[in-house]
Design a protein around this ligand. Sequence first.
Ligand code: HEC
Ligand code: HEC
Length: 322
Amino acid sequence: MKKLLYGLGAVVGIAILGVAGFLLYFLVILPKDLPVPELAVEITPARVERGSYLANEVLGCMYCHSKRDYDYFGGPVIPGTLGQGGEVFDEKVGVSGYLVSQNITPYGIGDWSDGELYRAIVSGLHKDGYAMFPIMPFDVYLYLTDEDVYSVMAYVRSLEPIESENPGRELSTIMTIIANSRAIPAEPWDMDWNNQLQVGEYYARIGGCTFCHTTADERMQPIEGMYLAGGLGMPWKDKLIRASNITADPETGIGNWSEADFIKRFTDYRDNNIAVADVGWNSSMAWPVYAHIKEEDLAAIYAYLMAQPPVKHAVTIVDNKP
Ligand code: HEC
Ligand code: HEC
């Protein structure tokens, strides 16, 4: 996920670098354009439950904001570190400088107002007014319904506080420009929860599926007609691991999978840590996280994927000689 989310920002960064006159604008002015909304979010058991589901199994918040064990497939969260942050994103994932995921337990963000926290999640602006780097994937979260953001907020507010300090980020000027170009207003979806295709699309977007699985060019821009057709590569040691074609094409995609096959592919990873040493490679796909997506939500994602145009595009998943 790291590499890709950085990629998303990089594309914008490159586009902006072509327009030197705008640099100052992006560096100085843009992030201050989004005011802190007036908000008071009530913490209810229903919100905490929904927020826990979203933050842990769908959105990846707790995956990035906890310590992870990369000796296992998909890098599961190390128990006892939930929300303490400290994951480092540096040149290994293409960041010039480094970023550190921060402590989002009440010890870390207990003094943030609800408006500040809301704005950070969906628009990427830090409490202190600077734009966060889009490895913190607010450009995917901007679609969240307000109620879902409130639920995530209620959940992180109710986390066990962990007293752990993390270093701040250290970014090169270009990385700062990329970050500052990304602060964006929220576009919450108006959801009809009885419409399975819409629910499927919602989860596919906020879960990052559509982003990782759409074929992109070398500048990480989606290629027209290749929605969900796979191929985006992420490095793992000396190998390149590519995202699968998840269109309805029966030969090169997942068109001959039944709904039950699709659901099982996820639930097989429930509480089932696979040693990387046994498999010989690791995936950027957060299987240990997505394994716990509810079966009805997986079914909705499946229905949505099957309703998109099939694309014939063979992908080599584990490429030993990229
Ligand atoms: C960070 C990038 C990333 C994200 C986000 C992501 N995937 Fe994947 N996915 C991959 C990669 C890489 C593979 C191939 C390696 C593997 O099987 O783990 C893959 C494999 C798969 C497969 C197996 C396909 C096959 O032919 O075996 C399915 C199904 C799938 N993803 C669906 C999803 C869905 C649904 C979501 C969202 C809930 C999602 N992915 C989110 C990167 C991603
Ligand atoms: C792919 C990894 C990733 C995911 C997923 C992610 N974050 Fe972050 N988050 C980061 C990083 C990295 C930073 C630091 C960004 C920076 O310094 O520019 C951050 C910063 C933050 C901050 C600022 C905290 C501070 O004290 O500076 C908050 C709040 C936050 N994230 C909440 C969330 C929530 C809530 C979610 C889920 C809805 C989430 N994050 C998902 C990586 C992630």
